[in-house]
Design a protein around this ligand. Structure first.
Ligand code: COA
Length: 259
């Protein structure tokens, strides 16, 4: 499939989206959002894709929403329609497969908000994170004010959103914003290694676990424990549960089939 603003390729079970607007530091234009929506749906429905990776390579992730595009929105009404019409974030967050953002450089604004919709964030030591929208007189409108505090807690999230300053990969790791920090020349290989480990787990199991965790975190403890119980019950009748337990008893590696 050919796109203008992204490059999409499949490699051994991995669906890899490469952001490709280098002259604009991969800023998110309306076209990028449209293409992401298409490619996310494509990956969701493709049985050959087990793990989704978003990346801009070892030097850049992306500098956020396209400020030229944003400044072209003429009224609050237009702006409201723009944010409502942008479903790429929700589609990515709800994708029933593990998703990884591999972050090499600037990861700002709307691009950080995309990364927040992923299950995992792996950073190069050269990465820089921030939600600088306040400096433009607006706020992070792609979920940043809500997903960031859920991930790292309100104290640091408010500091990042109110001040709009950047932090580096090590600080992002310390805050629990990223899963690991690696030297930038190892970002691709470490991401592939991580993806392959995920591919060794039962795919339907991961789908149910993701649904339970993503839904549960936004409900009360009582409701979320019931959601967990139902997820456990669903997985109990799968072929992969039989295989996983049989493999343990027989002291061998399980071969999961996703059923
Ligand atoms: N939207 C549109 N264009 C952007 C952009 C954005 N978010 N971020 C960078 N660009 C463009 C610049 O305008 C510049 O284009 P030009 O060469 O045609 O002038 C090009 O990308 C390179 O950016 P530049 O600012 O020259 O690079 P830098 O290395 O000096 O600074 C940043 C990098 C990321 C610190 C700086 O570009 C920046 O602050 N960008 C905006 C980040 C932001 O506010 N994001 C949230 C948007 S809601």
């Amino acid at each position: 499939m050919d796109f203008e603003t992204i490059v999409y390729k499949k490699e051994g079970g991995r669906g890899i989206v490469f952001f490709n607007r280098p002259d604009k530091l991969n800023a998110l234009s309306q076209k990028v959002f449209e293409e992401l929506t298409v490619v996310f749906r494509e990956m969701e429905n493709d049985p050959e894709v087990s793990v989704v990776i978003l990346t801009g390579g070892p030097d850049l992730f992306g500098a956020g929403a396209d400020i030229q595009m944003l400044s072209g929105l003429k009224s609050s009404a237009e702006c409201y329609l723009f944010t409502g019409g942008n479903s790429a974030y929700a589609i990515l967050e709800d994708m029933g497969k593990p998703t990884i953002a591999a972050i090499g450089g600037f990861c700002l604004g709307g691009m950080l908000e995309l990364a927040l919709c992923c299950d995992f964030r792996l950073a190069a030591d050269s990465a820089k994170f921030g939600l600088p929208e306040v400096k433009l007189g607006v706020l992070p409108g792609g979920g940043g004010t809500q997903r960031l505090p859920r991930l790292i807690g309100m104290t640091k999230a408010k500091e990042l959103v109110y001040l709009g300053d950047f932090i580096d990969g090590q600080e992002a790791y310390r805050l629990g914003l990223v899963n690991m920090v690696v030297p930038k020349d190892q970002l691709e290989s470490e991401t592939d290694k991580f993806a392959k480990r995920l591919m060794g787990r039962p795919p339907f199991g991961l789908r149910v676990i993701k649904g339970v965790m993503n839904t549960g975190i936004n409900t009360s403890l009582k409701e979320s424990l019931e959601i967990e119980r139902q997820g456990f019950t669903i997985l109990f009748s799968t072929e992969d549960k039989k295989e996983g337990m049989a493999a343990f008893m027989e002291k061998r590696k399980p071969k999961f089939i996703g059923k």
